[in-house]
Design a protein around this ligand. Structure first.
Ligand code: RTP
Ligand code: MG
Length: 148
């Protein structure tokens, strides 16, 4: 089954939105297989956002993500990568539809509450950056028989 890496960013943690965000993915029918509250080191931030190294906002992005703890998660389910991105909404909250996480809770692009992997390749890379294999838990939930 497909897995994705999702992360409540420092603004989401500070604003006490962890529960709200976890709840949305639980209610959707996805399966939580790993989660932890953690600080992001400068090295990890630079690796995670490596694709944006040449962008003018790279320094700000690294400073922001290392400024306060994040809540890192791995979720599993059919098409979870694309569906989670839809549930997050557009990168800039001003363009994000109501009903999406960024549309409901965000205002500015620099503080847009949540990160989600944008492709299967990013998901594998990001899960590997943030989680050791033994931190991911494989288990069954009977409720999934009513979803899949
Ligand atoms: P993310 O990686 O955080 O899930 O967000 P995303 O895919 O929707 O957007 P991406 O293009 O990967 O950009 C990463 C993060 O950089 C910040 N950003 N700032 N100041 C700016 O113009 C600007 N553009 C992007 C955002 O916080 C975005 O989530
Ligand atoms: Mg991205």
């Amino acid at each position: 089954m497909e897995k994705t890496f999702l992360m409540v960013k420092p603004d989401g943690v500070q604003r006490e939105l962890i529960g709200e965000i976890v709840s949305r993915f639980e209610k959707k029918g996805f399966h939580l297989v790993g989660a932890k509250l953690m600080s992001v080191s400068k090295e990890l931030a630079e690796q995670h956002y490596g694709e944006h190294k040449e962008r003018p906002f790279f320094g700000e992005l690294v400073d922001f993500i290392t400024s306060s703890p994040v809540f890192a998660m791995v979720w599993e389910g059919e098409n979870v990568i694309a569906t989670a991105r839809q549930m997050m909404g557009s990168t800039n909250p001003k363009d994000a539809a109501p009903g999406t996480i960024r549309g409901d809770f965000g205002v500015t692009v620099g503080k847009n509450i949540i990160h989600g992997s944008d492709s299967p390749e990013s998901a594998v890379r990001e899960i590997g950056l943030f989680f050791k294999e033994e931190e991911l838990v494989e288990y069954s939930k009977l409720i999934n028989n009513w979803i899949y």
